[in-house]
Every structure is written in C-alpha cells, then in structure tokens.
Design a protein around this ligand. Structure first.
Ligand code: NAD
Length: 479
C-alpha cells in the first residue's frame, strides 16, 4: 500500500495537513493500492505563493534553458517507464503493454517534443512596425483526470513550463502514481524550487485552486459538468481557461468504404482503455443498406477483445477505473437494453471476471441518433451503431450532439472522405484511418471544451501576446 501523503510545495515534499483521503483500488484485483491526501485551502495557498515567487526568475530564463529543464524531466521519467506503466495499468485498467506505449512512452516523447518546439513557437514576430512578443501568463492551475494521467499532465505542465509559466498541479485522486513520479523527476532534474508544485486532493482541493486569485490561467481536463463550473468561476475573476472535456465522436462509413478497415479502426478506438478515452469513436454511422454487413463484422471483431487482468499479456481489454464508474456504465447499458436497441455484443448479462471492475465490450445497433445513448458520453466500452440514408444526413447526425471533440470518415476515394471530413465540427478528424499525430492541436468544439493542447498550439495557450510598436520614420521627415 502506498500512502500519497505529501504535496510538492516549493521544491520540498511537505506532509499533508488534513487526515481526509481518497482510497485507491487496483481495478482488476480490487485490492487497496493506497490512499491520497486531500490538500487544504491553506496548502493550495502555499503552493500558489511558491509558484508566484518563482515566476519572475523562471520566466526571465531564456527559452532554451527552460526547454533543457523539460528535457531533463523527460530523461528522469524514462528511468521509470516500467513501474509507471504497471502503476497506471493497476489504477486505470489499461493492459500493461499498451500502458507502456500509450500511457508512458508517448507522453515522454511529448515532453521532449514540447521542448524542441518551444524556441520557434515563442520567437518574436514582425507585423508592420510592430514586434510581437510572447509573455507567459503567470501562475497556471492545472487540474487533470485519471484516464491518461501522465499524458494529460504533460499536455499542461510541459507546455506551461517552456512558455515560462510556473504551475500548481492538482492531479486526479484516482490515479496518483504518475504525479508522485513527476514530482520526483522534477526534483532530480534540478527544476528550481516553486516552478512546479503538486497538491494532491479531491474536488474541493481543485476548487480551492480554481478560486485562488493569484492563478492567472486554469487548464482543466475532465468532465463537461466540472469544466462548466470552472469556466463560470474563472469568468467572474476574468481568468483565462483552457478546457479539455468530454466527447461523443462519430465515424462515418460511406457506402463504398472498406468495411473491414472501418471496423478495425472503430473497435480499436472505442474499446481502447476500456472505452475510457475522451476522443473514442463511440458512434459508427453506416448506410442503412450496409447495416447487416457491419453488424456481422462488429460481432466477429469484438470476440477478439479478450477481457482480463491488465498484467496478463493475452488481455486486450481490462477493467474500468473504479466500482462506482463500473456501476454507472452498467446502468447505462441496462437502460439501453430496456429501450430495445439491437444488442450486437456484450450487454449487462454478458459474463465478466468475478473480481475487478469489468464491463463486457458492448455494441448496440440501430440506435436512434437522438436517444440518450447516442447523445451522452458513456466513458465506457459501449459502441452505438446508427444508420443513415444520405451523406448529408450522416453529417447532420455526426454534428448533432453537444460535443465536438473528434471524428473519422471512411470512403473508397480519399478526396471524397476529405470532403465529408471538412464538414465535421470537431477538433480532430481522421480520414481513412490516418494515424494519431501528437504534434497536431487537440481539443474540441462546443461542450468538448475551449482551447487546444499539443504541439505549438498547446504552448501558445500559456502566453499573452504583446505588440510593441516602433516609430516609423515618415516620408516627410526623410525628404
Ligand atoms: P472529473 O471532471 O470528475 O475530474 C477531473 C479532475 O477535476 C479531477 O482531478 C477532480 O478531482 C477535479 N475536480 C472535480 N470537481 C472539481 C471542481 N468542482 N473544481 C475543481 N476540480 C474538480 O473527470 P474524471 O472523471 O476524472 O475524467 C473523466 C472525464 O474527463 C470524462 O468526461 C472525459 O471525457 C474527460 N476527459 C477529457 C479529455 C480531453 O482531452 N478532452 C481527456 C480525458 C478525459
């Protein structure tokens, strides 16, 4: 059992003041892994003060020096790939091999990529007689969820640090091992005191960070409901916000799309991390006349998603993060079954391991586009197949939720697919199974959030733009 009872404040691990804590469980064995302290308002206050004190000297460093510290943190994290992957697999439920690659190695690459992009991204620019300079916003409050814990911390902290900001991070109370490792990595890399502070805690700790008057920008990833609350509170204080929220992303398969490829991508996306990904393709839109073909292919493909212990190399899909989350997803599935949708696979009665927070991969067919299942994020392994008659209708269905995070289009002709992709109101759209690009901006329209993470766009979130006008010698004076 690990006790996460220390906050990183001003370069020191500081014992938590409150006895309140959240218990963390292994998602497969249900054994208690440890518990996480709840940071108090006073501890948030100390951390913000430390970040404020460190801001002047950190923001004055050359970009190249800040980038070197960020590379140093990446090097330190790299020493712990295996233990981090195991920790995240246990906490979140992603199979170990995937956890290693997606949850740990990819974020480490992102720390390095952010460092490499910083100089060009933050360089001065000229517009007529103006020089455009980039000024770090100040103290950043970063609040992150549990599903890709290191990835989400990286999108905020690495970008904020190279931009010249100092940070107070409040990581998820359900997946604490990464935050501890990051704190150790920052200390080992010699990051100056107060530049990165980590206060563990729950919603109340996050709220104290949101409400602190000396936080200049709140960068939040999590649920739309909490994002809305944070935006409202930040609006009162005129703080900047960056919000990465939920999604209900659609994949459109046109009549001539290669059905096997479509199914491979959608199964891979929807059930990755047991469906606990904000950008999962959770709606598959198929022409009504091809429904039976897709139904058969999906029913077959899902049988290969071996459900089991994340530490077992045969496992393709692990459990969900917690008993409470499992129960919530289970209720959505039971409710959808009672609506009489075509149950293609899984369902609330499907067998799952007796211990662990498992849900069988579940696929519903002929789901009405306006139904709750087709409109609301489930955040579990549930795919909705929706039929359409015309491509115009497919676009309307794809754009017909409150969200707009991701999407995908498939057609025999790539230009045809691109024409449809350009009509999707979503922050990321994949054409014909194109691979994920970590340097591309990531973020959403509508209820999926505000702002972007990743690549240069992600760094720009953390700077104010200042235009300095220089006098222009007039023609008259010259003559
Ligand atoms: P959550 O909103 O419950 O919690 C996220 C974080 O916010 C946690 O650290 C939590 O302690 C904190 N928090 C909760 N209430 C708060 C409050 N009132 N004030 C301040 N902080 C508060 O979300 P979750 O359950 O951890 O994560 C799942 C959600 O995150 C899903 O909706 C998912 O779509 C979304 N998500 C979005 C992205 C994206 O990039 N768009 C990525 C991953 C997850």
């Amino acid at each position: 059992m690990t006790a996460y009872q220390h906050h990183l404040i001003d370069g020191r691990w500081t014992p938590a003041q409150s006895a309140d804590r959240t218990r963390v469980f292994d998602s497969a064995s249900e054994a208690e892994l440890g518990h996480v302290a709840h940071g108090t308002d006073a501890e948030i206050g100390l951390a913000v003060q430390a970040a404020k004190n460190a801001f002047a000297s950190w923001s004055a460093l050359p970009v190249s020096a800040r980038a070197d510290f960020v590379r140093g943190i990446a090097n330190q994290l790299e020493e712990h790939v295996d233990s981090l992957a195991r920790g995240i697999a246990a906490e979140v439920g992603m199979p170990l091999k995937l956890s290693q690659r997606i949850q740990v190695q990819a974020p480490i690459l992102a720390w390095r990529a952010t460092a490499d992009l910083a100089a060009d991204c933050l360089a001065d620019a000229r517009v007529g007689n103006s020089t455009i300079t980039h000024v770090p916003v100040g103290v950043v409050g970063a609040i992150t969820p549990w599903n890709y814990p290191l990835h989400q911390i990286t999108g905020k902290v690495a970008a904020a640090l190279v931009a010249g900001c100092t940070v107070v991070l409040k990581p998820s109370e359900l997946a604490p091992c990464t935050a501890r490792a990051l704190g150790e990595a920052a200390l080992a890399a010699g990051l100056p005191n107060g530049v990165l502070n980590i206060v563990l805690g729950d919603a109340a700790t996050g709220q104290a960070l949101v409400d602190h008057p000396d936080v200049a920008l709140l960068s939040f990833t999590g649920s739309t409901a909490v994002g809305r609350r944070i935006a409202a509170s930040a609006g009162q204080a005129l703080k900047r916000v960056a919000l990465e929220l939920g999604g209900k992303s659609a994949c459109i398969a046109t009549a001539d799309a290669p059905a096997e490829n479509v199914v491979r991508q959608v199964i891979g996306s929807c059930f990755l991390n047991s469906g606990q990904s904000c950008n999962s393709l959770t709606r598959l839109l198929v022409p009504v006349e091809r429904y039976d073909t897709y139904r058969a292919l999906l029913a077959d493909a899902v049988t290969r998603l071996t459900l089991g212990d994340p530490m077992d190399s045969a496992t393709r899909m692990g459990p969900l993060v917690s008993a409470a989350h499992r129960d919530r997803v289970h209720a959505v599935i039971a409710e959808s079954q009672s609506q009489g949708f075509d149950l293609i696979a899984g369902g609330s009665q499907a067998p799952v391991p007796a211990t662990g927070y498992y849900i069988a991969p579940t696929i519903f067919g002929r789901v009405p586009p306006q139904s709750t299942l087709a409109q609301q994020e489930v955040f579990g392994p549930v795919l909705s197949v929706i039929t359409y008659e015309t491509e115009q209708q497919a676009i309307e269905i794809a754009n017909g939720t409150a969200y707009g995070l991701a999407g995908a289009v498939w057609a025999a002709d790539v230009d045809h697919a691109l024409r449809l992709a350009l009509q999707l109101r979503a922050g990321q759209v994949d054409v014909n199974g194109a691979p994920y690009n970590p340097a591309a901006p990531f973020g959403g329209f509508g209820d999926s959030g505000l702002g972007r993470e990743g690549g240069t766009y992600g760094i720009e979130e953390f700077v104010e733009v200042r235009a300095i006008q220089m006098p222009v010698a007039s023609t008259k004076e010259k003559s």
